[in-house]
Design a protein. Structure first.
Length: 255
């Protein structure tokens, strides 16, 4: 027997086996690496398609910010009459409709207590004023908005008194916060010399009987000739509506 040849053959066979085993190990490593890369790629693509928790995934389910605008008076209740003969209810409604459009353009939901010269009472109601106020409060509480803004005009026995002023219920911290912000914007947008401050009032029925943060914005004095003239003009009503809109957006933290 050729032992020398047999030994060479055995060595050659071992080398071949080792080479095959090495190739097999290398192939296994390449497969494992490829699978790991595919897994990482899958995780990356999946994470890109999934929105962050608590943000975009919930955006469609987020409650839209809602504002109730209450144009004061209406129907049989015309409110105050200006020194120029204009009814308060009409001025309130005009400003409120402009405010509605501005808020909607910001993506804010708006509910109006009235959109025409009508009151919220029935023809058979004995005390239509009381019925109207109760109906307004009921509507507002049903909507449960982020804020309610009641638009009014002021009136006083002295002709020289003027200036917009916002009122709030003393037991409503959020109402006070909103009133201070709206007062600031009315001053900046209408009359920088207006030194009036947001003021608490515990007599206004609507402020006492609604559950949401609420304010009454008295946009000017109809008993003052200069303000009465301004408040009847479309241009000034736009300015009032813009100031109220800016204040509401700041309160709601909406840019």
């Amino acid at each position: 027997m050729n032992w020398k040849g047999f030994a060479k053959s055995l060595v050659k066979r071992q080398k071949d086996n080792m080479g095959q085993e090495a190739e097999s190990n290398n192939a296994r490593k390449y497969i494992e690496l490829a699978m790991a890369m595919l897994l990482l790629l899958f995780v990356y693509i999946f994470s890109r398609r999934m929105p962050p928790l608590g943000t975009a995934a919930d955006s469609k389910e987020e409650k839209q910010r809602t504002v109730v605008i209450d144009p004061g008076h209406g129907g049989i209740d015309g409110g105050a009459i200006s020194v120029l003969g204009d009814e308060e209810q009409e001025i309130n409604l005009n400003i409120s409709l402009k405010l509605r459009d501005k808020l909607k353009s910001k993506g804010i939901g708006v509910v109006m207590t009235r959109e025409t010269d009508t009151g919220l009472y029935g023809e058979n109601d004995r005390n239509k004023k009381v019925a109207d106020m109760k109906a307004r409060c009921s509507l507002i509480n049903e909507v449960n908005p982020d804020i309610m803004v009641s638009v009014h005009q002021n009136n006083y026995s002295s002709e020289g008194v003027k200036g917009a002023q916002v009122f709030f219920y003393s037991h409503s911290p959020e109402g006070e916060k909103a009133a201070v912000i709206l007062q600031k914007h009315l001053r900046e947008g209408l009359d920088k010399n207006n030194e009036r401050k947001a003021k608490k009032n515990d007599n206004y029925y609507i402020l006492i009987n609604v559950k949401c943060p609420a304010v009454i914005a008295e946009c000017g004095f109809l008993s003052n000739y200069s303000e009465a003239e301004l408040l009847k003009s479309d241009e000034y009503q736009e300015k009032v509506a813009q100031a109220l809109c800016d204040g509401i957006c700041e309160y709601l933290e909406i840019e």
